[in-house]
Design a protein around this ligand. Structure first.
Ligand SMILES: [Cu+2]
Length: 173
């Protein structure tokens, strides 16, 4: 048995030590950023959630749509919730119901749930992304800051028609 020829047990080179320290400090910074960003970053989605059932939620949405319907598009009601009030949307394979018509600058509580499987609720092109899970009524608190027509895309694979699953949110000036 011979010891290895290299002198690997000598103290590390100054340059190497500097980089090890830089990497370690940077790892600490990134680790600290995770909880810090949770508090100070304006990136967190709303957290209000209730338990529900598909039957109960469907009834709530249909009652809401019947009460506030202002039009229709391709058989889907266009519904204008009271400004600053509650709105209800359900997702099911492969559509969102109903179409919401909101007012710019008003804060809404948009309740979403699924009647079957897990879906995504991705508002485009502003790229706001939420999850829709059956038996949970999730409340998205949202204030539209631009007017126009926004597409809602399902971004959680939910079956064969997933790629055609879109909805609409209209925002009036
Ligand atoms: Cu889907």
């Amino acid at each position: 048995m011979y010891p290895p020829a290299e002198v690997w047990w000598r103290p590390i080179d100054r340059l190497e030590r500097s980089w090890v320290i830089i990497a370690f400090v940077w790892a600490l910074v990134l680790t600290a950023m995770m909880p810090l960003w949770f508090v100070v970053g304006k990136q967190n989605v709303p957290v209000t959630t209730y338990r529900t059932t598909p039957e109960r939620f469907r009834e709530t949405v249909e009652a809401f749509a019947a009460e506030h319907q202002v039009g229709e598009r391709a058989g889907i009601p266009v519904v204008a919730p009271p400004p600053g009030g509650d709105a209800y949307v359900y997702a099911q394979r492969f559509s969102f119901y109903p179409i919401l018509q909101l007012e710019k600058g008003e804060e809404y509580r948009i309740h979403v749930s699924s009647l079957d499987v897990q879906h995504g609720f991705s508002i485009q092109p502003v790229n706001l992304n939420f999850q829709i899970v059956p038996t949970y009524e999730y409340v998205i608190t949202l204030t539209p800051t631009e007017s126009g027509e926004f597409q809602v895309v399902c971004n959680e694979y939910c079956g064969l028609g997933h790629h055609v699953m879109t909805g609409t949110i209209l925002v009036n000036e």
